[in-house]
Design a protein around this ligand. Structure first.
Ligand code: PTT
Ligand code: SF4
Length: 605
């Protein structure tokens, strides 16, 4: 198949050797790219290892659409066995490094082993060097990005970690370009455990497509279509922050550790405040609807805001001022800490303090304390140490029923949607293949605009459809999904793009099948790595079932556990999984996952 560099670069940091391998036609056909390649590699090569040991591997993976002259294609999947959850973990980052990797002649970079000293990788086409990073170690991601750009050129692709990753904090992320972050389930810590501060990539080649003229023509038409969309202008003004007000109106804004769904001071934080105060806009390469909105934070430094950052570091911890939220966000970016888990961790500590479970005073909306906590988390000291392995772990240490309001699924903290009255979205969190993330199925908008209160089979079907498109196609292709999600860019374009690039005609049915294959392999991976894994892992936190909303127009409402359980049963049936949520042998065979089928570990009830 055309459209692939066709090669994977493997670097072993223990012996500083690199090698290349062909990516087989079967691999391309069955897994497409990005997440698909990553899952297959982790399944084959990372088996029952400690995620922070040198035996773990980290995969940087692109797809056939990555780096092409078509809408929002500067994306890359970063995947590994997660030190936060113990299962499969990945993230999707927009970065020049994605484009450079392909131009350097590789679809995938896999890094294994561990360097004795802090190092960084320099990849210039076929030249691969492990470089000394002693000068970079300890630097925040902004300083280190500047140093590396000064040394290797402003346009080089840089992926790097901050001090939190170096200190192996389990929700540290990989950063790029001072504002792009990826790998929520602790992939920064995986790099840190390998003494790998950064990866710098400079590629000068081109990607061999089936029909370059068509790619250019279709790409141009795609960019034009996006610009002409009715919602484009508003999107350009607010980006993902356009959802903030909507969440508050619909009682799903995370407030005080997901206790409530609306915030009294939301008007001080919303997209209109952002619109008025924004000083710049940036984003990922090859995108004409850039969504990184920058404002000056409380210390007059630039900070790039997305909805998740503001939701989690704003109402969820009781903050009332956007510049203050922006400062917390900037600190998280500098330290390389995931803002979603961070907002959960701080919210958890504030609630623990309120309930008298910790002696320290950590009040809701305490700006000074929140700054201190971020640094303590980045260093893994004091209260920061308590939450540095995530809120699930912290609740196990604290006890006293705190597991009920440790807002996570499978160990990954929940992103910024309160689900007291959103059963479909709760199921989306419950069944996300990496834990409490919205990325695979943002069913909430559809749910609220249709039959919000129902626990119907139709909702489960919709959820699976979204998982197939978002978690399957977009993660494997590998491009940004926001043109489709936010400005209704036509999905019909993607089979056209894939054909012009690869020469292979594939329908959405074919993409769904690839997505399903990947979902099954990820599920098998969780089961192989964590033998006790099963049905109980697919439930959101008890808070949403047991503690009703205490204010607002939906006061008194909460989720119904029995009905949720019923939806989960439908979900398993539709996916071909047994009642413990494990893919059956027939299902694994149906998708040609012979190794997983042979290894299949029985259900434990
Ligand atoms: C993503 C998660 C998100 S999802 C956000 S804001 W969002 C948070 N951003 C963080 C940040 O910033 N700094 C920080 N220190 N931590 C952060 N953690 C949070 O990480 C992101 C965009 C966004 S903005 C979204 S929804 C879409 N996600 C996509 C996806 O998952 N797949 C895909 N094919 N396309 C996507 N397009 C959009 O990309 P994770 P990015 Mg991200 C400052 O990585 O691990 O998936 O977590 O990559 O380049 O920053 O783009 O309202
Ligand atoms: Fe990146 Fe935003 Fe553009 Fe998507 S829409 S490619 S996240 S800048």
């Amino acid at each position: 198949m055309k459209g692939y560099a066709g090669k994977m670069l493997r670097v072993d940091l223990s012996n500083r050797r690199s090698s290349t391998e062909e990516i087989s036609e079967g691999m391309k056909k069955d897994f497409l790219g990005g997440r698909g390649f990553a899952v297959k590699l982790l399944w084959d090569e990372v088996k029952r290892v400690d995620p922070l040991s040198e035996k773990n591997k980290i995969v940087f993976s692109t797809g056939p659409l990555t780096g092409q002259s078509l809408p929002s294609s500067g994306k890359m999947v970063i995947a590994s066995k997660s030190p936060l959850t113990g299962g499969y973990g990945d993230g999707n980052i927009g970065t020049r490094a994605a484009v450079h990797l392909r131009k350097a002649g590789y679809d995938v970079l896999i890094v294994e082993g561990k360097s004795e000293q802090p190092c960084y990788l320099l990849i210039e086409n076929e030249q691969v060097k492990v470089m000394d990073a002693s000068e970079l170690w300890g630097k925040n991601t902004f300083e280190a990005q500047d140093l590396l750009e000064r040394k290797h050129g402003r346009n080089s692709g840089v992926l790097l970690i901050g001090p939190a990753g170096e200190n192996q904090i389990r929700f540290s992320v990989v950063m790029s370009q001072k504002g792009r972050a990826g790998g929520r389930p602790g992939l920064g810590a995986v790099m840190g455990s390998k003494n790998l501060k950064a990866v710098v990539i400079k590629g000068t080649g081109s990607i061999p497509n089936f029909d370059d003229e068509k790619v250019m023509e279709f790409g141009k038409k795609g960019y034009e279509e996006i610009k002409g969309k009715e919602s484009y202008d508003f999107w350009v003004k607010q980006g993902t922050m356009q959802v903030f007000d909507w969440c508050n109106e619909n009682i799903c804004l995370p407030t005080c550790n997901f206790r409530e769904g609306s915030f009294e001071y939301s008007k001080q934080l919303d997209g209109y405040v952002l619109e008025k105060t924004k000083v710049d806009r940036k984003g990922c390469p090859l995108c004409n609807m850039q969504c990184g909105n920058i404002i000056k934070d409380a210390s007059n430094q630039p900070s790039e805001l997305e909805y998740e950052n503001v939701g989690m570091l704003g109402p969820n911890i009781g903050m009332r001022s956007l510049p203050e939220v922006a400062l917390l966000n900037r600190l998280a970016d500098e330290w390389g800490i995931d803002t979603i888990s961070l907002g959960n961790a701080i919210g958890f500590l504030m609630e623990a303090s309120e309930k008298g479970l910790i002696p320290e005073k950590v009040g809701w909306g305490d700006f000074e304390k929140a700054q201190e906590l971020i640094m303590d988390i980045g260093k893994g000291v004091g209260l920061g140490k308590l939450v540095s392995r995530g809120v699930r772990n912290a609740s196990e240490i604290l006890g006293n029923g705190s597991r009920r309001w440790a807002m996570q699924v499978k160990g990954l903290e929940i992103s910024a949607y309160n689900c007291h009255v959103c059963p479909g979205m709760a199921l989306s969190f419950g069944t996300s293949p990496i834990g409490g993330s919205h990325k695979d199925a943002w069913v909430i908008a559809w749910e609220i605009s249709t039959d919000r209160l129902s626990y119907s089979k139709e909702k489960v079907e919709k959820l699976i459809e979204l998982q197939r498109i978002r978690g399957g196609f977009f993660e494997c292709a590998t491009v940004c999904r926001l043109p489709w999600v936010e400005v209704s860019f036509g999905l019909h374009w993607y089979p056209e793009y894939v054909e012009a690039i690869t020469g292979s005609r594939m329908s959405w049915e074919d993409f769904y099948r690839i997505g399903d294959r990947i979902y099954n392999l990820i599920r098998a991976y969780w089961k192989r790595e964590i033998p006790s894994f099963g049905r109980s892992w697919d439930f959101p936190p008890d808070r949403w079932f047991e503690e009703p909303l205490s204010q607002g127009r939906m006061k008194g409402m909460k989720l119904d556990r029995q009905k949720y359980d019923h939806m989960l049963t439908w979900y398993y049936e539709l996916r071909g999984w047994d009642q413990n949520g494990i893919p059956t042998k027939e299902t694994l065979d149906h998708f040609g996952l012979r190794e997983a089928s042979n290894e299949r570990i029985g259900s434990v009830g």
